[in-house]
Design a protein around this ligand. Structure first.
Ligand code: NAD
Ligand code: UFG
Length: 333
């Protein structure tokens, strides 16, 4: 019996694969490398000393997905595969809806055919839209402001409908906050193509001298220093949340929704200062206009994941900054 990780070569999937292999789970990875590289697979093997099967398959290729299920006894799926760039999704809505929604429909249909009815889905705090207050609980109202977020919200609905149609399913919706950090080995981490959109990869490239300065998007938000506040979570803590959710999913059918965050919010300037202190580097910045679509504050109430899954985060912001930077330094060309 194996657990299939779609998108398992990606940032969160690769770290989750390590934690699953370390917990003696049998893993199969499916990825089309649209946003990852094949060398990640050997790095996972190096870190864990364990092996797993890999399929270079696009979720939109039904025959390819069929083959994975025909050749393996897949008991559960952790479904990471998806396109995730908010700005790009506004420019390419059809590509985003097709990849994320159609890909998931094909996956679920093939799962049903093979009587595999356990899915853990990568959702996002983006489904809370502009929250009316913080910390955010799982039962807060949901809304989205861009096609990427809409794919997450629609897929939450689709997967919930699948459960309604057949109560034999277990659907776990994990709403991630802001994953950063990297594996302590420096072998796995986040390596975006081009100029990064997200704060931590951008800071890393500034500190590395590849970008001149950070643009801090707005300092007039109603936060302690005027800059946007987010719930940054170490990717290894997030990966462990998947292991806990997987264990829980085997015990209890239904639709289960969990925030995966630390419950603590840091502003952009907090992160800049923490990064400079943790790594003894400089991160020059300027205050720039607000970025369209950004909200002032977003952090989790993560008590449900603690109470139900027994999951809590271990790594603090200093470690997140150290590990993010270690990945850059280790992988300098
Ligand atoms: P990532 O891009 O590093 O990983 C996604 C992986 O899926 C990549 O390896 C990519 O090649 C693969 N993929 C995409 N479309 C595919 C397809 N059609 N068929 C097969 N493989 C495909 O992203 P990540 O940061 O690891 O995110 C994983 C999941 O978590 C995504 O669904 C993302 O939307 C969600 N999420 C991420 C964040 C974040 O900030 N990183 C926050 C909330 C939610
Ligand atoms: N920021 C800057 N300068 C930059 C980049 C970001 O000031 O160059 C600020 C943003 O304005 C925001 C904070 O840093 O206040 C975090 O921005 P990110 O782009 O790193 O993250 P977001 O919170 O905007 O969004 C991320 C993912 C989404 C996901 C969401 C979940 O990109 O896909 O986290 O909370 F849905």
């Amino acid at each position: 019996m194996a657990v299939l990780l779609t998108g398992g070569a990606g940032f969160i999937g690769s770290h989750t694969c390590v934690e699953l292999l370390n917990a003696n789970e049998e893993v199969v990875i499916l990825d089309n490398f649209s946003n990852s590289k094949p060398d990640v697979l050997d790095k996972i093997r190096t870190i864990t000393g364990k092996n797993f099967r890999f399929y270079e398959v696009d979720l939109l290729d039904r025959d390819g997905v069929e083959k994975v299920f025909a050749e393996n006894d897949i008991e559960a799926v952790i479904h990471f595969a998806g396109l995730k760039a908010v700005g790009e999704s506004v420019q390419k809505p059809l590509e985003y809806y097709h990849n994320n929604i159609t890909g998931t429909l094909i996956l679920c249909d093939v799962m049903r055919k093979h009587n595999c009815k356990n899915i853990v889905f990568s959702s996002s705090a983006t489904v809370y839209g502009s929250p009316k207050s913080v910390p955010i609980k799982e039962d807060f109202p949901l809304s989205t402001t861009n096609p990427y977020g809409s794919t997450k919200l629609m897929l939450e609905q689709i997967l919930s409908d699948v459960f309604v149609s057949d109560n034999d399913w277990c659907v776990t919706l994990l709403r991630y906050f802001n994953p950063i950090g990297a594996h302590k080995s420096g072998l796995l981490g986040e390596n975006p193509n081009g100029i990064p959109n997200n704060l931590m990869p951008y800071i890393c490239q500034v500190a590395d001298g590849r970008l001149e300065k950070l643009n801090v998007f707005g300092n007039d938000y109603p936060t302690h220093d005027g800059t946007g506040v987010r719930d940054y979570i170490h990717v290894v803590d997030l990966a462990n949340g998947h292991l806990k959710a997987l264990i829980h999913s085997r015990k209890e059918k239904g639709v289960h929704i969990f925030n995966l965050g630390t419950g603590v919010g840091y502003s952009v300037l907090d992160i800049v200062k923490a990064f400079e202190k943790a790594n003894n580097v400089k991160v020059p910045y300027v205050i720039a206009p607000r970025r369209a679509g950004d909200i002032a504050e977003c952090y989790a109430d993560a008590t449900k994941a603690l109470e139900v899954l027994g999951w809590k985060t271990q790594y603090d912001i200093e470690q997140m900054c150290k590990d993010s930077w270690n990945f850059i330094v280790t992988n300098r060309k």
